[in-house]
Design a protein around this ligand. Sequence first.
Ligand SMILES: Nc1ncnc2c1ncn2[C@@H]1O[C@H](COP(=O)(O)OP(=O)(O)OP(=O)(O)O)[C@@H](O)[C@H]1O
Ligand SMILES: [Mg+2]
Length: 326
Amino acid sequence: MNQAPELEMRSPQSEPVPVVETQNLGKFYRTGFWMNQKIESLRSCTLTLYRGETFGLLGQNGAGKTTLFKLLLGLVRPTSGRASLLGKPIGDRPVKQRVGYLPENPYFYDHLTGWEFLEFAAELFQIPRGVSRRRIPELLDLVGLAKSAAVKKQMRQYSKGMLQRIGMAQALINDPELVFLDEPMSGLDPMGRYQIREIILSLKDQGKTIFFNSHVLSDVEKICDRVGILVRGELICAGSLDELLGTAATYAVTGKGGDRETLENWLENFDRERDSWQGHLTGDPQAFLEHLQADGGQLISMNLSRLTLEEFFMRQLRDRGITSSS
Ligand SMILES: Nc1ncnc2c1ncn2[C@@H]1O[C@H](COP(=O)(O)OP(=O)(O)OP(=O)(O)O)[C@@H](O)[C@H]1O
Ligand SMILES: [Mg+2]
């Protein structure tokens, strides 16, 4: 288990409260005509999310993000390990009442209006009519969907952005403590993404715990307290941005001369124009300088710069020999 985040989340007033806990959670599917092929979708995942935090899960297509959500929501059964939500083993019925979920590809009843759809979702949670009549307009307001559109328009007339908003409202209909959002920004234009980000931040202000995944790394970087990276079913790291990016210090280096091959080996994004060059150094600066001097090169500048989450993510993939989304 990752110890560092626990230290970081601890405040003088209160101990962090675990809301999602997984212990060596794993899932494989059997496929093929004879069911003799095994797809390991999630491998021995150990992770804790604390009350009130926003946790972003990153991973390429097929990395296992949705599988982890489905396991936690009790939609598929684990093949190994265990997990709990809000202190109860996964699958616990009363806990489901306290959890919200925006699926990756939500299915909407096209012929219903948004309002009818939210009423339907409220009924599934057995929310009294009086309560849902109050809550639905509040939610429409929160997700920025005009009441007139929700009342009058059938969902087949909705744009992708409107559907995503109504999906978000559906995920919040039971005023959940813990919300799972599977690709909430998918397919949205920059304004739509910005608005979903704002909604997530307002949920965070309400003290809700948010577990979401996204391909849009800049969004994740802007709103998450902690981030986890899944690579081919394996959670390879989890931590705050400071913890993850801080450990991957990089130097923006410029110089002149030296041996091209050595420089290319040492520097990422190496670029040379005539005798001058620039690049990013991630290795030991002292050792780099010694090599440079030995090759007759000259250092002009070396500035510490932090990686972006995207660079960090790409580096994790590269270090594992993954170059394309496969
Ligand atoms: N029901 C299933 N039967 C067989 N294999 C499955 C099933 N569900 C998922 N998988 C496989 O498990 C792996 C992980 O899939 P998952 O949907 O969790 O990935 P993901 O990270 O959510 O990807 P994406 O970013 O494309 O949504 C993939 O190889 C996928 O093909
Ligand atoms: Mg998915």
